[in-house]
Every structure is written in structure tokens, then in C-alpha cells.
Design a protein around this ligand. Structure first.
Ligand SMILES: NC(=O)c1ccc[n+]([C@@H]2O[C@H](COP(=O)([O-])OP(=O)(O)OC[C@H]3O[C@@H](n4cnc5c(N)ncnc54)[C@H](OP(=O)(O)O)[C@@H]3O)[C@@H](O)[C@H]2O)c1
Length: 343
């Protein structure tokens, strides 16, 4: 069955950001998708807004294996994970009108998506944050990247962010004894303790971060879940206990550097510390374990939510017009959990 679609809007890059990314770097245009023979037409209901888009919108950005974001030139439509309802589909696609599907073409009201890129989510009501959020990324990192051991002291950088807000909670569920997070603002620090169960939250506010970290973990840390790199990684290294395990997921310090967003995050490392303490450093991309880890994550998330103290943290904006502001505020450090736009 086919339903006629008469109007759809999408977000395009208007100009490469230099310095702070602003809503004015984007433009919202009218464009009705024209489906190819193998395309499923989807009315998007929610899409994710990721800070990685900032880097990909930078002049001279390069496509990198392992980063699932297209490089953006002025005029390009943005893209990110989305959940939508099938409006029409090829008869042999295996989908039906009304099915909810996950696909990679967010940032637009309607999308024409090759059937091979669509994943059926059934037609029961769902919590979009379970699918668009980064709980599964954090879960994969803490079960496949490294393993949490009972009683571990865990430090999570950017502990209120899309991955970090889930990593702190998941580490606790997997047996961590003490969980420490970092953030940039006091209100997020309070929320992290009250809502996400962090024992201590340390601030990146100009004071060398090693000082509050050493105070928060006087006996050192066993696990570091790193989204930031730079000074926070050095501090974690200095505070590592013997046999500490570090899983490195991102380098926001380079990615969100306002003066020069970059994929390069060089850091001087005291290799003697690694050797003497037997520290493991593991760079990890959850995409490599996606299928298996995702199914397992959904089961755990359901169980942990039923226990009542586990939150699929998100900030949700409403309407396509709000999407450029959502990205601006995410990059400016104003938001919590995964950022989504509901349509
Ligand atoms: N390995 C993987 O499988 C995988 C998958 C997805 C994403 N990633 C990467 O993981 C990292 C985290 O992604 P995310 O989506 O969870 O991001 P995020 O933590 O939600 O990023 C936004 C937060 O970054 C912090 N921030 C902003 N500017 C900063 C700066 N200059 N230095 C340090 N922190 C700054 C702010 O938090 P505070 O103010 O609270 O500090 C802000 O709220 C990114 O580098 C992303 O590319 C990795």
C-alpha cells in the first residue's frame, strides 16, 4: 500500500562552522523524498542528535573508518540514527505499512531508505531512548571492551553525556563498588549524584582535574571509561591502581575543541606507569560488536528498569525546527544523556 506524501522538511548544512557551532550554520528546506525501487518510505518519529556531527561539519573533515558519520559540505542533508513508521515499501521487503523501523536517515521528516538499511522494531510501543541512546555502546564497552569486576572503583569522563550517563549506571549494575564521574557544570553534577547514582562527581573547571580525582579515589581507580582524552586521561593514568583497565571510546577534548575541532588527540603518556602498574589501555568501537551486544543490552535494560533505579537518560526536543538548536546546545555542554528530536 502507498500513502501520498505531500510535504517534508530536512536539515542541511548551510556553512562550515568556524569556532562555536550555531543554529545559523544550518538551514531547513522543503524536499519530498523520491523513493527508488528498493526503498522504504518512512515517516520519522524520533532521531538522534550526536556531537560527532560538529566534527563532520568542519571544513576539511575526512571520512574515517570506524566513525559512522558522513562528511558534510554546505548543502548536504545531515544524517543520524532514527526511528520511524513505514509509509510505503516494496511488496517483497518484509516490512509492512505502520511497522516501526530503525534506520540511519534522521534529520528529516520523511526518508526514503534502502530496505537493507532498515531494522524492524515490531509495532509495540517502544522507548526510543533504548534504541537511539548509547546504553548499548556503554554496555558493549563494559562487557566486551573491558570487564568490570566486583567492587571496582570506576571513573567515567563526560559522565552526564550520551554514553557517560549510561556507563556510570551500567558499571554499578555490573558490580562496581565506587563510581566517579566528571562534568562541566554544577547542576549536572547534582543531577548525576541524585539520578544516576554517582558516588562523587568531579568538575572540569580550570583546576587541574587530577586534584579532585585523587581526592575522590584516594586508593586509585580500577577502571576508566573515557570519552574525553587529554587532561582527564593523563589524570586517570596517574591515579590508576595496579591492573587498571581503561576503555577509550572518544576524545571530546579534540572533537569539541571550539578553536579547532579535530580527530587528532595527541597526549604524552608516562609509559613506565603502564608497565609498572600493568595498566591495559583499550581503544574500542562498539560497532564491531553491534548485533550481539545490542540484543543483550535490550534484555538487561528491561531487567534493570524493572528494578526501578535505572534511567534511559535523554533530552528530547520537539519538531524539526528545534534540531539545529539541539545540536548547538549538545556541543555547548548544556544537555544530559542522549539528545533526540521527536517529530
Ligand atoms: N567508541 C564508540 O563506540 C563510540 C560510539 C559513539 C560515540 N563515540 C564517541 O564518544 C564520545 C562521547 O560521545 P557522546 O555522544 O556520549 O558525547 P557526550 O558526552 O554527550 O558529549 C557532550 C558533552 O561533552 C562534554 N564536553 C563539551 N566540550 C568539552 C570539552 N572541550 N572537553 C571535554 N568535554 C567536553 C560536555 O559535558 P560536561 O559539560 O558534562 O563535561 C557535553 O555535554 C565522542 O567522542 C563520540 O564521538 C564513541
Amino acid at each position: 500500500m502507498n500513502m501520498k506524501m505531500t510535504s517534508s522538511r530536512e536539515v542541511r548544512l548551510a556553512a562550515h562552522p568556524t569556532g562555536t557551532l550555531l543554529p545559523e550554520h544550518f538551514v531547513i528546506t522543503e524536499a519530498v523524498p523520491v523513493p527508488g525501487a528498493n526503498d522504504v518510505v518512512v515517516r520519522n518519529r524520533w532521531f538522534r542528535v550526536s556531537v560527532s556531527t560538529r566534527l563532520m561539519a568542519t571544513h576539511g573533515a575526512e571520512a574515517v573508518k570506524g566513525i559512522p558519520f558522513p562528511v558534510l559540505k554546505p548543502g548536504d542533508v545531515l544524517a543520524d540514527g532514527a526511528i520511524g513508521e513505514v509509509v510505503s515499501c516494496p511488496h517483497d521487503s518484509g516490512f509492512r505499512v505502520g511497522d516501526l523501523i530503525y534506520h540511519p536517515l534522521g534529520w528529516r521528516e520523511y526518508a526514503a531508505v534502502d530496505a537493507s538499511q532498515c531494522v524492524a522494531l515490531g509495532n509495540e510501543p517502544i522507548d526510543p531512548a533504548a534504541y537511539l541512546g548509547h546504553g548499548w555502546t556503554a554496555y558493549a564497552a563494559l562487557t566486551r571492551g573491558i570487564q568490570i569486576r566486583e567492587g571496582d572503583t570506576v571513573f567515567v569522563s563526560s559522565g552526564a553525556g550520551a554514553i557517560g550517563s549510561m556507563a556510570g549506571q551500567i558499571a554499578r549494575k555490573l558490580g562496581a563498588g565506587r563510581v566517579i564521574g566528571s562534568t562541566g557544570t554544577k547542576d549536572k553534577a547534582e543531577w548525576m549524584k541524585a539520578e544516576l547514582g554517582y558516588d562523587t562527581v568531579i568538575m572540569r573547571n580550570g583546576r587541574p582535574i587530577i586534584e579532585p580525582l585523587a581526592e575522590a579515589a584516594p586508593d586509585g581507580i580500577d577502571v576508566f571509561v573515557d570519552m574525553v582524552g587529554g587532561e582527564q586521561l593523563s589524570a586517570a593514568m596517574a591515579c590508576a591502581r595496579e591492573g587498571a583497565r581503561f576503555v577509550l571510546l572518544g576524545a571530546l577534548t579534540a572533537e569539541l575543541n571550539v578553536s579547532e575541532a579535530s580527530l587528532r588527540a595527541p597526549l604524552e603518556i608516562d609509559s613506565f606507569q603502564l608497565i609498572i602498574k600493568g595498566i591495559t589501555l583499550r581503544g574500542y568501537s562498539a560497532d564491531s560488536d553491534a548485533t550481539e551486544a545490542f540484543a543483550e543490552w535490550l534484555q538487561c535494560a528491561r531487567r534493570w528498569q524493572s528494578e526501578g533505579d535505572f534511567h534511559l537518560t535523554h533530552t528530547t526536543f520537539h519538531g524539526i525546527d528545534s534540531a539545529p538548536r539541539a545540536l548547538h546546545e549538545a556541543c555547548a555542554g548544556k544537555l544530559r544523556g542522549v539528545v533526540m528530536v521527536a517529530l
